[in-house]
Design a protein around this ligand. Structure first.
Ligand code: LLP
Length: 414
């Protein structure tokens, strides 16, 4: 177990979270290296023997230490910006294992990616392929391209993170995608060798993914029949994780086995782009109780982490389990857990049953390893949290807490 209570205190691997708080202060993101490796290996094992690549979606958590840990596991990377490519290279990653996704790549980002030699581009519009063709032409290169298809499959998840439906901005509509391939095949500096999709995130059932992949395989076969050299499929990411104890998620192994069945025997190489399912459960946000108050009969527990540190509850009404770091037998109360930011929307949890917490007590916001730190901001001029990586009994600060000088860096008074 990577997270368990020992002598009544919550530990990450062999380190007590109380000692992390003592050494680094709060709020702090803490990650278990062992758990990240384990999840990555589940993907790698599930695809073993297939011509395949696991490209970790950098956006889920882009800290250099985490990217480096995955580099050492042999991972490839799915990026959506030049900045993410820069991070991958800084972390020791190999551009030839990188796939460049995203709906709005700039010409400058495309040039940088071509210079560095990324493996392929997932393109989302004809206009983008035209720019890619032009930039690659100027550089006398030929880019490997997959079109991101919008397979119109309902991923059954939150509307903000569902991406595969027709009305979303992502991908190219199935009804016109063959025409798009036909056009792109006439260009000199792009090689149309793949088909890609990503239908959504936090999917708790693999059925929509299987349906999307069936549509992808059928499309690849039609394109091959029309003479295109389609050789690889990119299935995107999207596998969900357990945020609530009673939530049911397919294991990585089972979900991948279902996808594997659809692609096996087609002769197509496959890429998957998991983000959340690799890092979410490895991380907690460690926070300290500042105050308790009762307003209009309602209990509020005010903590030192706010929506600027973890925006998922405010933005998606996302549920994160919150537990006391030191077990207490005090009476339980129903309380909202809120941050210090000046917004009513600044909450981490509503109406939670928790032992009565006092000022100074520590709480761990669980399943915060994905889209936690990466979506954090400096709102209310709050420095971003520190990040810590635990590996067995080893403890490393992998990002310093931001100080006030960091807050004003780059600003000028004219
Ligand atoms: N590939 C592409 C093209 C994507 O857009 C995404 C995520 C992934 C892969 C990785 O998906 P994952 O395995 O992590 O589900 N901020 C939201 C999640 C946004 C996901 C965006 N795309 C959240 O906090 O829930």
């Amino acid at each position: 177990m990577n997270y368990e209570f020992r002598q009544g205190r919550l530990c990450v691997e062999d380190v007590h979270l109380t000692s992390v708080a003592e050494r680094c202060g709060t709020p702090t993101y803490v990650y278990s290296a062992g758990m990240i490796r384990e999840r990555y290996r589940e993907y790698a094992d599930a695809l073993a023997g297939l011509d395949s690549r696991v490209c970790y979606a950098v956006k889920a958590n882009s800290n250099l230490a985490i990217l480096n840990l995955l580099v050492r596991e042999g991972a490839g990377f799915d990026i959506v910006s030049g900045g993410e490519l820069f991070r991958v290279l800084r972390a020791g990653g190999d551009a030839s294992k990188v796939v460049f996704s995203g709906v709005g790549k700039t010409a400058a980002e495309i040039r940088y990616a071509l210079e560095q030699g990324v493996a392929s581009f997932n393109c989302e519009s004809i206009a983008e392929i035209d720019v890619l063709d032009q930039v690659a032409g100027e550089m006398k290169k030929k880019a490997q391209v997959a079109l991101r298809v919008n397979p119109d499959v309902n991923p059954v998840t939150h509307e903000y993170i569902s991406t595969g439906l027709r009305e979303n901005k992502f991908g190219i509509d199935m009804s016109v995608v063959e025409k798009a391939y036909e056009y792109a095949a006439t260009l000199q500096h792009v090689a149309m060798t793949g088909v890609s999709c990503h239908i959504g995130s936090q999917m708790l059932d693999s059925a929509p993914m299987v349906e999307a992949v069936q549509r992808l395989v059928a499309l690849a076969k039609r394109l091959q029949a029309a003479g295109l050299p389609i050789a690889h499929l990119d299935l995107g990411g999207g596998l969900g994780v357990k945020y609530e104890a009673n939530e049911r998620t397919p294991s990585i192994g089972l979900a991948l086995a279902a996808l594997r069945k659809v692609v096996e025997g087609t002769g197509l190489a496959i890429t998957v782009e998991p983000g959340r399912s690799i890092v979410a459960e490895s991380g907690v946000l460690l926070t300290r109780v500042l105050y308790r108050k009762n307003n209009g009969g309602k209990e509020f527990t005010i903590v030192d982490a706010g929506m600027n540190d973890l925006i998922r509850p405010s933005l998606y009404k996302a549920f994160h389990e919150i537990v006391p770091v030191v077990q207490k037998d005090s009476r339980e109360i129903l309380t909202d857990i809120v941050g210090p930011v000046c917004e009513s929307g600044d909450w981490l949890a509503k109406q939670r049953r928790l032992p009565l917490m006092e000022s100074g007590d520590l709480l761990a916001v669980k399943t915060a390893g994905a889209y936690g730190f990466g979506m954090s901001s400096n709102y209310n001029s709050r420095g971003r949290a520190a990040e810590v990586l635990i590996d067995g009994s080893r403890f490393e600060v992998i990002r310093e807490r931001e100080n006030w000088d960091d807050l004003v860096r780059g600003e000028r008074i004219p």
